[in-house]
Design a protein around this ligand. Structure first.
Ligand code: AMP
Length: 400
Protein backbone atom coordinates (compact mmCIF):
# COMPACT_ATOMS: atom_id res chain seq x y z
CA UNK A 1 0.00 0.00 0.00
CA UNK A 2 1.46 3.35 -1.09
CA UNK A 3 0.46 6.53 0.71
CA UNK A 4 1.27 10.03 -0.44
CA UNK A 5 1.88 12.50 2.40
CA UNK A 6 1.33 16.15 1.57
CA UNK A 7 2.23 19.20 3.64
CA UNK A 8 1.06 22.44 2.01
CA UNK A 9 2.24 25.87 3.07
CA UNK A 10 1.11 29.22 1.66
CA UNK A 11 3.65 29.08 -1.19
CA UNK A 12 5.15 25.61 -0.76
CA UNK A 13 4.18 21.96 -0.91
CA UNK A 14 6.24 19.13 0.57
CA UNK A 15 5.47 15.52 -0.26
CA UNK A 16 6.63 11.98 0.44
CA UNK A 17 5.48 8.76 -1.17
CA UNK A 18 5.68 6.01 1.47
CA UNK A 19 5.46 2.24 0.97
CA UNK A 20 3.47 1.19 4.04
CA UNK A 21 4.49 -2.49 3.84
CA UNK A 22 7.97 -1.54 5.12
CA UNK A 23 7.29 2.14 6.00
CA UNK A 24 10.05 3.24 3.62
CA UNK A 25 10.11 6.53 1.75
CA UNK A 26 10.02 5.79 -1.99
CA UNK A 27 10.60 9.39 -3.05
CA UNK A 28 10.04 12.88 -1.73
CA UNK A 29 10.27 16.50 -2.74
CA UNK A 30 9.37 20.12 -2.31
CA UNK A 31 7.57 22.60 -4.51
CA UNK A 32 8.59 26.19 -3.76
CA UNK A 33 7.35 29.66 -4.71
CA UNK A 34 3.81 28.60 -5.68
CA UNK A 35 1.96 31.62 -7.05
CA UNK A 36 5.10 33.77 -7.16
CA UNK A 37 8.17 34.14 -9.37
CA UNK A 38 10.74 31.36 -9.38
CA UNK A 39 8.45 28.40 -8.75
CA UNK A 40 10.17 25.03 -8.98
CA UNK A 41 10.04 21.45 -7.79
CA UNK A 42 12.92 19.49 -6.27
CA UNK A 43 12.20 15.77 -6.54
CA UNK A 44 14.43 13.24 -4.73
CA UNK A 45 14.49 9.55 -5.58
CA UNK A 46 17.13 6.80 -5.22
CA UNK A 47 19.72 9.27 -3.90
CA UNK A 48 19.32 11.54 -6.95
CA UNK A 49 17.80 15.00 -7.12
CA UNK A 50 15.81 16.46 -10.04
CA UNK A 51 14.93 20.13 -10.26
CA UNK A 52 12.29 21.52 -12.62
CA UNK A 53 11.52 25.22 -12.90
CA UNK A 54 7.99 25.96 -14.08
CA UNK A 55 5.47 28.77 -13.46
CA UNK A 56 2.88 27.49 -10.96
CA UNK A 57 -0.13 29.73 -10.37
CA UNK A 58 -1.69 27.76 -7.51
CA UNK A 59 -1.72 24.52 -5.51
CA UNK A 60 -3.56 22.68 -8.31
CA UNK A 61 -0.68 23.46 -10.71
CA UNK A 62 1.80 22.44 -8.01
CA UNK A 63 0.05 19.13 -7.32
CA UNK A 64 -0.17 18.41 -11.05
CA UNK A 65 3.60 18.83 -11.26
CA UNK A 66 4.09 16.50 -8.28
CA UNK A 67 1.99 13.87 -10.09
CA UNK A 68 4.06 14.37 -13.27
CA UNK A 69 7.24 13.69 -11.27
CA UNK A 70 5.77 10.68 -9.49
CA UNK A 71 4.71 9.08 -12.79
CA UNK A 72 7.63 10.28 -14.95
CA UNK A 73 9.06 7.47 -17.12
CA UNK A 74 12.68 8.35 -16.18
CA UNK A 75 12.62 9.24 -12.48
CA UNK A 76 9.04 8.45 -11.46
CA UNK A 77 8.18 5.73 -8.94
CA UNK A 78 4.71 4.70 -10.06
CA UNK A 79 3.23 4.11 -13.49
CA UNK A 80 -0.20 5.51 -12.69
CA UNK A 81 -1.87 7.63 -9.96
CA UNK A 82 -4.04 4.54 -9.34
CA UNK A 83 -1.08 3.06 -7.42
CA UNK A 84 -1.61 5.66 -4.68
CA UNK A 85 -3.97 4.11 -2.12
CA UNK A 86 -4.61 7.32 -0.19
CA UNK A 87 -3.33 10.85 0.38
CA UNK A 88 -2.64 12.09 3.92
CA UNK A 89 -2.65 15.86 4.45
CA UNK A 90 -1.05 17.78 7.27
CA UNK A 91 -3.62 20.28 8.53
CA UNK A 92 -2.51 22.59 11.33
CA UNK A 93 -5.73 23.45 13.19
CA UNK A 94 -8.78 21.25 13.77
CA UNK A 95 -10.63 23.64 16.09
CA UNK A 96 -13.25 21.61 17.96
CA UNK A 97 -14.69 20.16 14.75
CA UNK A 98 -12.31 17.16 14.70
CA UNK A 99 -10.55 15.33 17.51
CA UNK A 100 -8.70 12.83 15.33
CA UNK A 101 -7.43 12.19 11.81
CA UNK A 102 -10.42 12.16 9.48
CA UNK A 103 -11.48 11.02 6.00
CA UNK A 104 -12.39 14.16 4.07
CA UNK A 105 -15.62 14.09 2.08
CA UNK A 106 -17.87 17.04 1.14
CA UNK A 107 -19.38 17.20 4.65
CA UNK A 108 -15.99 17.11 6.40
CA UNK A 109 -14.70 19.71 3.94
CA UNK A 110 -17.43 22.12 5.07
CA UNK A 111 -16.38 21.61 8.69
CA UNK A 112 -12.75 22.20 7.74
CA UNK A 113 -13.72 25.42 6.00
CA UNK A 114 -15.51 26.56 9.15
CA UNK A 115 -12.25 26.39 11.19
CA UNK A 116 -9.91 27.84 8.55
CA UNK A 117 -9.86 31.21 10.33
CA UNK A 118 -8.26 29.63 13.43
CA UNK A 119 -4.95 29.24 11.55
CA UNK A 120 -5.25 31.84 8.78
CA UNK A 121 -1.71 31.33 7.46
CA UNK A 122 -1.71 27.54 7.55
CA UNK A 123 -5.18 26.02 7.11
CA UNK A 124 -6.22 27.76 3.83
CA UNK A 125 -3.28 26.34 1.79
CA UNK A 126 -4.00 22.85 3.17
CA UNK A 127 -7.63 23.26 2.12
CA UNK A 128 -6.57 24.40 -1.37
CA UNK A 129 -4.29 21.38 -1.67
CA UNK A 130 -6.97 18.99 -0.37
CA UNK A 131 -9.42 20.27 -2.97
CA UNK A 132 -6.84 19.86 -5.76
CA UNK A 133 -6.07 16.30 -4.69
CA UNK A 134 -9.77 15.40 -4.40
CA UNK A 135 -10.39 16.59 -7.95
CA UNK A 136 -7.20 15.23 -9.56
CA UNK A 137 -6.69 11.78 -8.01
CA UNK A 138 -9.32 9.13 -7.45
CA UNK A 139 -8.35 7.98 -3.94
CA UNK A 140 -9.37 8.79 -0.33
CA UNK A 141 -7.96 11.92 1.29
CA UNK A 142 -7.34 12.10 5.03
CA UNK A 143 -6.64 15.18 7.16
CA UNK A 144 -4.12 14.68 9.98
CA UNK A 145 -4.11 17.58 12.42
CA UNK A 146 -1.21 19.14 14.36
CA UNK A 147 -3.72 19.61 17.16
CA UNK A 148 -5.06 16.01 17.00
CA UNK A 149 -2.78 14.30 19.55
CA UNK A 150 -3.62 16.97 22.13
CA UNK A 151 -7.40 16.45 21.93
CA UNK A 152 -7.22 14.19 25.01
CA UNK A 153 -6.26 17.09 27.30
CA UNK A 154 -8.76 17.46 30.16
CA UNK A 155 -10.78 20.69 30.42
CA UNK A 156 -8.76 21.89 33.41
CA UNK A 157 -5.60 21.83 31.28
CA UNK A 158 -7.02 23.17 28.05
CA UNK A 159 -9.34 25.99 29.14
CA UNK A 160 -8.26 29.58 29.69
CA UNK A 161 -9.72 31.52 32.62
CA UNK A 162 -12.18 33.50 30.52
CA UNK A 163 -15.99 33.45 30.90
CA UNK A 164 -17.10 29.93 30.00
CA UNK A 165 -19.85 31.05 27.63
CA UNK A 166 -17.25 33.06 25.67
CA UNK A 167 -15.10 29.95 25.35
CA UNK A 168 -18.18 28.02 24.16
CA UNK A 169 -19.06 30.64 21.57
CA UNK A 170 -15.53 31.43 20.35
CA UNK A 171 -13.80 28.03 20.93
CA UNK A 172 -10.81 29.97 22.19
CA UNK A 173 -8.76 27.60 24.36
CA UNK A 174 -5.49 25.71 24.36
CA UNK A 175 -5.21 23.28 21.42
CA UNK A 176 -1.47 22.56 21.21
CA UNK A 177 0.64 21.93 18.10
CA UNK A 178 3.45 19.62 16.86
CA UNK A 179 0.96 16.84 17.70
CA UNK A 180 2.28 14.40 15.09
CA UNK A 181 5.80 14.80 16.50
CA UNK A 182 4.74 14.35 20.13
CA UNK A 183 2.69 11.32 19.08
CA UNK A 184 5.55 9.73 17.13
CA UNK A 185 8.25 10.15 19.77
CA UNK A 186 5.99 9.17 22.69
CA UNK A 187 4.93 5.99 20.85
CA UNK A 188 8.57 5.17 20.00
CA UNK A 189 9.54 5.82 23.62
CA UNK A 190 6.77 3.56 24.94
CA UNK A 191 7.89 0.76 22.56
CA UNK A 192 11.51 1.05 23.72
CA UNK A 193 10.73 1.44 27.42
CA UNK A 194 8.32 -1.48 27.61
CA UNK A 195 10.60 -3.74 25.56
CA UNK A 196 13.41 -3.05 28.04
CA UNK A 197 11.40 -3.42 31.24
CA UNK A 198 11.18 0.30 32.09
CA UNK A 199 8.06 2.14 33.19
CA UNK A 200 6.46 4.15 30.37
CA UNK A 201 3.38 5.68 31.95
CA UNK A 202 4.59 9.26 32.51
CA UNK A 203 6.57 10.84 29.69
CA UNK A 204 7.56 14.43 28.99
CA UNK A 205 8.24 14.97 25.28
CA UNK A 206 10.34 18.04 24.38
CA UNK A 207 10.07 19.05 20.71
CA UNK A 208 12.78 21.70 20.43
CA UNK A 209 13.32 23.37 17.06
CA UNK A 210 12.57 26.72 15.42
CA UNK A 211 9.21 26.26 17.08
CA UNK A 212 9.32 24.44 20.41
CA UNK A 213 6.72 22.72 22.54
CA UNK A 214 6.63 20.33 25.47
CA UNK A 215 3.91 17.77 26.22
CA UNK A 216 2.94 15.62 29.18
CA UNK A 217 1.98 12.15 27.94
CA UNK A 218 0.31 9.90 30.52
CA UNK A 219 -0.64 6.34 29.59
CA UNK A 220 0.11 7.19 25.94
CA UNK A 221 -2.31 10.16 25.92
CA UNK A 222 -1.50 13.85 25.95
CA UNK A 223 -2.68 15.46 29.21
CA UNK A 224 -1.07 18.89 28.76
CA UNK A 225 1.07 20.78 26.30
CA UNK A 226 2.88 24.12 26.24
CA UNK A 227 1.50 25.68 23.04
CA UNK A 228 -1.99 27.16 23.16
CA UNK A 229 -4.73 28.53 20.96
CA UNK A 230 -1.86 29.39 18.60
CA UNK A 231 1.79 28.25 18.48
CA UNK A 232 2.84 31.49 20.23
CA UNK A 233 2.19 30.25 23.76
CA UNK A 234 4.69 28.36 25.89
CA UNK A 235 8.47 28.37 25.58
CA UNK A 236 10.61 31.15 24.14
CA UNK A 237 11.39 30.04 20.54
CA UNK A 238 13.45 31.13 17.52
CA UNK A 239 11.34 34.22 16.79
CA UNK A 240 8.34 33.74 19.12
CA UNK A 241 8.15 35.27 22.58
CA UNK A 242 6.36 32.35 24.24
CA UNK A 243 4.40 33.17 27.41
CA UNK A 244 3.84 36.84 28.17
CA UNK A 245 1.40 38.63 30.48
CA UNK A 246 -1.63 39.38 28.21
CA UNK A 247 -1.92 42.87 29.76
CA UNK A 248 1.72 43.56 28.80
CA UNK A 249 0.76 42.93 25.16
CA UNK A 250 -1.53 45.95 25.17
CA UNK A 251 1.17 48.05 26.89
CA UNK A 252 3.72 46.91 24.30
CA UNK A 253 1.35 47.77 21.46
CA UNK A 254 0.93 51.30 22.86
CA UNK A 255 4.69 51.66 23.44
CA UNK A 256 5.52 50.49 19.89
CA UNK A 257 2.53 52.37 18.42
CA UNK A 258 1.39 49.15 16.81
CA UNK A 259 -2.05 47.73 16.06
CA UNK A 260 -3.06 44.36 17.56
CA UNK A 261 -2.27 42.69 14.21
CA UNK A 262 1.18 44.29 14.14
CA UNK A 263 1.97 43.35 17.72
CA UNK A 264 0.97 39.73 17.03
CA UNK A 265 3.42 39.66 14.10
CA UNK A 266 6.08 41.29 16.35
CA UNK A 267 5.59 38.61 19.03
CA UNK A 268 5.67 35.83 16.41
CA UNK A 269 8.47 37.03 14.13
CA UNK A 270 10.69 39.58 15.93
CA UNK A 271 10.90 38.15 19.43
CA UNK A 272 12.30 34.96 20.95
CA UNK A 273 16.04 34.13 20.53
CA UNK A 274 16.22 36.72 17.75
CA UNK A 275 14.71 39.56 19.75
CA UNK A 276 16.43 38.83 23.07
CA UNK A 277 19.89 38.15 21.63
CA UNK A 278 19.79 40.57 18.71
CA UNK A 279 21.91 37.91 16.96
CA UNK A 280 19.79 35.22 15.33
CA UNK A 281 16.75 32.98 15.62
CA UNK A 282 18.98 30.03 14.79
CA UNK A 283 20.07 28.04 17.83
CA UNK A 284 23.47 27.10 16.37
CA UNK A 285 24.26 30.77 15.68
CA UNK A 286 23.12 31.63 19.19
CA UNK A 287 25.58 29.06 20.59
CA UNK A 288 28.39 30.44 18.40
CA UNK A 289 27.67 33.94 19.71
CA UNK A 290 27.77 32.63 23.31
CA UNK A 291 31.20 31.09 22.61
CA UNK A 292 32.31 34.51 21.32
CA UNK A 293 31.23 36.09 24.62
CA UNK A 294 27.86 37.62 23.62
CA UNK A 295 25.93 38.11 26.87
CA UNK A 296 22.49 38.62 25.34
CA UNK A 297 22.87 35.37 23.39
CA UNK A 298 23.68 33.72 26.73
CA UNK A 299 20.57 35.32 28.25
CA UNK A 300 18.35 33.92 25.45
CA UNK A 301 19.93 30.48 25.99
CA UNK A 302 19.41 30.68 29.75
CA UNK A 303 15.76 31.69 29.33
CA UNK A 304 15.16 28.73 26.99
CA UNK A 305 16.94 26.32 29.34
CA UNK A 306 15.12 27.64 32.43
CA UNK A 307 11.71 27.47 30.81
CA UNK A 308 12.21 23.89 29.54
CA UNK A 309 13.19 22.85 33.08
CA UNK A 310 10.11 24.56 34.52
CA UNK A 311 7.81 22.73 32.08
CA UNK A 312 9.43 19.39 32.89
CA UNK A 313 8.93 20.14 36.60
CA UNK A 314 5.32 21.21 36.26
CA UNK A 315 4.40 18.26 34.04
CA UNK A 316 6.05 15.88 36.50
CA UNK A 317 3.68 17.27 39.13
CA UNK A 318 0.72 17.17 36.70
CA UNK A 319 1.35 13.46 36.02
CA UNK A 320 2.34 12.55 39.59
CA UNK A 321 5.79 11.34 38.55
CA UNK A 322 8.21 10.99 35.67
CA UNK A 323 9.36 7.85 33.84
CA UNK A 324 11.05 9.37 30.80
CA UNK A 325 12.09 12.63 29.14
CA UNK A 326 12.30 12.61 25.34
CA UNK A 327 14.24 15.15 23.29
CA UNK A 328 13.39 15.68 19.62
CA UNK A 329 13.36 18.40 16.90
CA UNK A 330 16.41 20.08 15.33
CA UNK A 331 17.70 21.35 18.69
CA UNK A 332 16.56 18.42 20.83
CA UNK A 333 18.03 15.80 18.48
CA UNK A 334 21.33 17.57 17.76
CA UNK A 335 22.06 19.86 20.69
CA UNK A 336 23.89 17.85 23.35
CA UNK A 337 24.58 21.06 25.32
CA UNK A 338 20.92 21.93 25.84
CA UNK A 339 20.15 18.30 26.81
CA UNK A 340 22.96 18.48 29.32
CA UNK A 341 21.99 21.85 30.86
CA UNK A 342 18.26 20.99 30.97
CA UNK A 343 18.87 17.73 32.82
CA UNK A 344 21.62 19.07 35.12
CA UNK A 345 21.00 18.67 38.87
CA UNK A 346 17.70 16.85 38.35
CA UNK A 347 18.78 13.83 40.37
CA UNK A 348 16.11 14.70 42.94
CA UNK A 349 13.61 13.80 40.17
CA UNK A 350 15.56 10.62 39.40
CA UNK A 351 17.15 12.06 36.22
CA UNK A 352 20.81 11.21 35.56
CA UNK A 353 22.39 11.58 32.12
CA UNK A 354 25.54 9.77 30.97
CA UNK A 355 27.78 12.64 29.79
CA UNK A 356 29.68 10.55 27.24
CA UNK A 357 26.55 9.01 25.77
CA UNK A 358 24.94 12.44 25.50
CA UNK A 359 27.86 14.08 23.71
CA UNK A 360 28.55 11.11 21.42
CA UNK A 361 24.92 10.19 20.71
CA UNK A 362 24.85 9.16 17.03
CA UNK A 363 22.42 11.25 14.98
CA UNK A 364 19.37 9.96 13.18
CA UNK A 365 18.66 7.09 15.54
CA UNK A 366 17.08 6.64 18.97
CA UNK A 367 19.62 6.86 21.81
CA UNK A 368 19.08 6.23 25.53
CA UNK A 369 21.45 8.77 27.10
CA UNK A 370 20.53 7.98 30.72
CA UNK A 371 23.12 6.82 33.21
CA UNK A 372 22.68 3.14 34.11
CA UNK A 373 21.35 4.02 37.59
CA UNK A 374 19.01 6.79 36.38
CA UNK A 375 15.43 6.23 37.58
CA UNK A 376 14.14 8.28 34.63
CA UNK A 377 15.12 7.26 31.09
CA UNK A 378 16.32 10.20 29.02
CA UNK A 379 15.88 9.48 25.30
CA UNK A 380 16.86 11.25 22.08
CA UNK A 381 14.40 10.26 19.36
CA UNK A 382 14.47 11.61 15.79
CA UNK A 383 10.96 12.69 14.97
CA UNK A 384 9.08 11.53 11.87
CA UNK A 385 5.92 13.54 11.38
CA UNK A 386 5.33 12.28 7.82
CA UNK A 387 5.28 8.69 9.02
CA UNK A 388 2.61 9.54 11.61
CA UNK A 389 0.53 11.16 8.86
CA UNK A 390 0.97 8.07 6.68
CA UNK A 391 0.16 5.66 9.55
CA UNK A 392 -2.94 7.64 10.57
CA UNK A 393 -4.06 7.81 6.93
CA UNK A 394 -3.66 4.05 6.56
CA UNK A 395 -5.66 3.46 9.76
CA UNK A 396 -8.49 5.81 8.70
CA UNK A 397 -8.67 4.38 5.18
CA UNK A 398 -8.59 0.77 6.41
CA UNK A 399 -11.65 1.47 8.58
CA UNK A 400 -13.73 2.98 5.70
P1 AMP B 1 13.75 22.38 13.32
O1 AMP B 1 12.80 23.53 13.39
O2 AMP B 1 13.28 21.18 14.08
O3 AMP B 1 14.19 22.05 11.93
O4 AMP B 1 15.09 22.85 14.09
C1 AMP B 1 15.83 23.95 13.66
C2 AMP B 1 16.75 24.38 14.79
O5 AMP B 1 17.66 23.30 15.10
C3 AMP B 1 17.62 25.59 14.44
O6 AMP B 1 17.55 26.56 15.48
C4 AMP B 1 19.00 24.98 14.34
O7 AMP B 1 20.02 25.91 14.71
C5 AMP B 1 18.93 23.85 15.34
N1 AMP B 1 20.00 22.87 15.11
C6 AMP B 1 20.24 22.18 13.98
N2 AMP B 1 21.38 21.44 14.12
C7 AMP B 1 21.84 21.70 15.37
C8 AMP B 1 22.99 21.25 16.12
N3 AMP B 1 23.88 20.41 15.60
N4 AMP B 1 23.14 21.73 17.37
C9 AMP B 1 22.24 22.56 17.91
N5 AMP B 1 21.15 23.02 17.26
C10 AMP B 1 20.95 22.60 16.01
Amino acid sequence: MKILVVNAGSSSLKYQLIEMDNEEVICKGTVECIGIDGSKITHKVNGKEYEIEKPLANHTDAFNLVMECLTNSKYGSISSPKEISAIGHRVVHSGEEFDRSTYIDEKAMKKLESVAHLAPLHNPPSLACLKSCMSLVDCPNVAVFDTGFHSTMPDMAKLYGIPYEDYQASKIRKYGFHGTSHKFVSQEAIKYLSANGYASDKIVTCHLGNGSSISAVKGGKCVDTSMGMTPLEGLIMGTRSGNIDPAAVEMLAKFKKMTMEEITIYLNKKSGFLGVSGVSSDFRKLCEAIDAGNERAKLAYDMFNYQIRKFIGSYTVAMGGLDSIVFTGGIGENGSLIRSTVTKDLEFLGVKVDKELNVNAPRGTMVDISAKDSKVRVLVIPTNEELVIARDTKEVVSAL
